[in-house]
Design a protein around this ligand. Structure first.
Ligand code: GLC
Length: 425
C-alpha cells in the first residue's frame, strides 16, 4: 500500500470511530464516579513555582540536574490513596510526564526518570498503581504531548528559551519515543482507565498546521488496553478516537479562564480545576478555595452532568499539603452524607438557577439549594414535581404553583454548602 493510501485508511478508520463495548463500560463507570483527584507532581515541585517553571528561564541542561536531588522521603502511596478515597473521589489522574519531560516511572526510554535519574530510585507510579488497585480507585494517566527538554520534539509556541536545538527536531524519533512510553504505561501498570493528553495546543494550528498523528496513537492505546479511554486537553471540539471531553478551569458552557471555546459534546464530560491557583506545588500560592466553594463546584459540575477533577500539587517531599488534606476531609464528610445525590446521577433537567441546580436519578430529582434569595425557590415548569421532602430528614416540603413553575417552600435549615430537597417526579 502506498503511504498516501495507508494514511487515508488510517484517518478513515479514526473518523468512523465508535467506542468499543469495553470503552463504553469505562465511560459509564467514569460518569457514575463524578469526582476524581488530579495530581501534578514531578521535579518541578522542588522549585516551588508551579509546573511551568522551566518555561520561564532555566536552561534544560541545568534544570535536569535537580533530578539528582529529588528524594521525596514522605511519599506514601497508601496514605495518598486513603486520603483521596476518604474524600469521596473515585479516581486519580497523575502526571506521568509533564512538559519538562521528566518521567515519573521507570521508563527504558530515558535516564531522566524517577528510578534512573534520582537518588530516590523508587518507581512511584508502580507503587501508586498497585495501591489504587488495592483500594479500588481507578487510575488515569496524564501524559504531555509536548516536551521542553528533548531536541527531537519539534518546537512549538512554548519552552523556547530552554536551549533545545531546533535543527535536531525529528518527529519520527519523538513519535516513536512517545508511543514506546505509552506502551510501557499501558502494559506495566495494571488497568489504566484513561490516558489524559495535554500540550496539543503548543502548535498553533491556525498559523502552522501540525500533524500530531493522533489517530495512530489513539489506536495504539485502544489496542493495548481496550477499556482505556482517550482524553485530550486540547481545548477543541473532541477529535475522533476520544472518549471523554475535557474542560479546563471552567464548567461546560462557561469560559472565564479562556480555554473553553468548544461546544459541549455527547461524550462524558470532565472539568479540571485547582484547589488554589496552580497545578504544581507553588510555595507562594496559599490562596486555597474554601471547602464550601469546592463542594459547591462539585455540585454545580454534577448538575451539568460533568465530573470534577480537582487538583492537588504535592510538596517536593511527597507529602500532600495540609491545606489540601483539610479540604479533602471536609469534602469527604459532605460526600458521606450526600454522595447519593452526586454519584451515578444525571445532570439537571433544567438550566442552573440563581438558587442552585439539580441532579437526577430515575424519578428522583435532587434540588441542590446553595444560594437561595429568600425562603422559596422556583423550579422551571418542564419538570413535574409530585412530592418533595428534605433529603436528610425526610420531612415533607410544601409545594405551590406559580404559573408553570413549582414553588418550593424552604423549611428552616442550618447553614450548609448545599441544602438538598429530594423530589419525586
Ligand atoms: C494546562 C497547563 C498544564 C496543566 C494543565 C492541567 O494545559 O499547561 O500545566 O497540567 O493545564 O489542566
Amino acid at each position: 500500500m502506498s503511504l498516501a493510501l495507508c494514511c487515508a485508511a488510517l484517518s478513515a478508520s479514526a473518523s468512523n470511530y465508535t467506542p468499543s463495548p469495553e470503552v463504553i463500560q469505562s465511560q459509564k463507570q467514569f460518569s457514575d464516579d463524578r469526582f476524581g483527584i488530579f495530581i501534578h507532581w514531578g521535579i518541578y515541585s522542588m522549585f516551588g513555582q508551579g509546573e511551568w517553571y522551566l518555561n520561564y528561564g532555566p536552561q534544560a541542561e541545568e534544570y535536569k540536574k535537580a533530578a539528582k536531588g529529588f528524594y521525596p522521603a514522605e511519599f506514601n502511596a497508601a496514605e495518598w490513596v486513603s486520603a483521596i478515597k476518604n474524600a469521596g473521589a473515585k479516581y486519580i489522574c497523575i502526571t506521568t510526564r509533564h512538559h519538562d519531560g521528566f518521567s515519573m516511572w521507570n521508563t527504558a526510554e530515558s535516564d531522566y526518570d524517577i528510578v534512573d535519574g534520582t537518588p530516590f530510585g523508587r518507581d512511584i507510579l508502580k507503587e501508586l498503581s498497585e495501591e489504587c488497585l488495592r483500594q479500588g480507585i481507578a487510575l488515569h494517566l496524564y501524559y504531555s504531548h509536548l516536551d521542553w527538554v528533548r531536541d527531537d520534539y519539534p518546537q512549538g509556541r512554548t519552552g523556547k528559551t530552554t536551549g533545545r536545538d531546533p535543527g535536531k527536531a525529528d518527529w519520527d524519533s519523538y513519535f516513536g519515543f512517545m508511543n514506546r512510553q505509552l506502551t510501557e504505561l499501558l502494559t506495566g501498570y495494571g488497568p489504566i482507565r484513561a490516558i489524559w493528553f495535554d500540550g496539543w495546543w503548543d502548535h498553533d494550528e491556525d498559523k502552522t498546521p501540525f500533524n500530531w498523528h493522533l489517530d495512530e496513537q489513539y489506536e495504539l492505546i485502544h489496542k493495548l488496553q481496550p477499556s482505556c479511554m482517550v482524553a485530550n486537553n486540547h481545548h477543541q471540539n473532541p477529535f475522533p478516537g476520544e472518549d471523554i471531553q475535557i474542560f479546563e478551569r471552567d464548567l461546560p458552557g462557561e469560559n472565564t479562564a479562556g480555554y473553553s471555546f468548544q461546544d459541549i459534546s455527547r461524550l462524558p464530560l470532565e472539568t479540571c480545576n485547582t484547589m488554589n491557583g496552580m497545578w504544581g506545588y507553588k510555595i507562594l500560592d496559599q490562596n486555597y478555595k474554601d471547602p464550601e466553594t469546592l463542594i459547591r463546584y462539585l455540585v454545580k459540575a454534577a448538575g451539568l452532568g460533568t465530573n470534577l477533577l480537582l487538583n492537588i500539587g504535592p510538596q517536593p517531599s511527597g507529602a500532600l499539603p495540609a491545606a489540601a488534606l483539610e479540604r479533602l476531609a471536609e469534602i469527604g464528610k459532605w460526600m458521606k452524607e450526600n454522595g447519593e445525590t452526586i454519584y451515578e446521577t444525571e445532570g439537571s433537567p433544567f438550566a442552573a438557577q440563581s438558587w442552585g441546580t439539580s441532579t437526577r436519578k430515575g424519578n428522583r430529582l435532587f434540588l441542590h439549594v446553595m444560594t437561595p434569595e429568600n425562603n422559596a425557590i422556583l423550579v422551571p415548569g418542564n419538570v413535574n414535581i409530585k412530592k418533595a421532602f428534605e433529603f436528610r430528614s425526610g420531612k415533607k416540603v410544601r409545594l405551590t404553583k406559580a404559573g408553570d413553575c413549582t414553588v418550593v417552600h424552604l423549611p428552616e435549615h442550618e447553614s450548609t454548602p448545599d441544602f438538598i430537597i429530594e423530589c419525586e417526579i
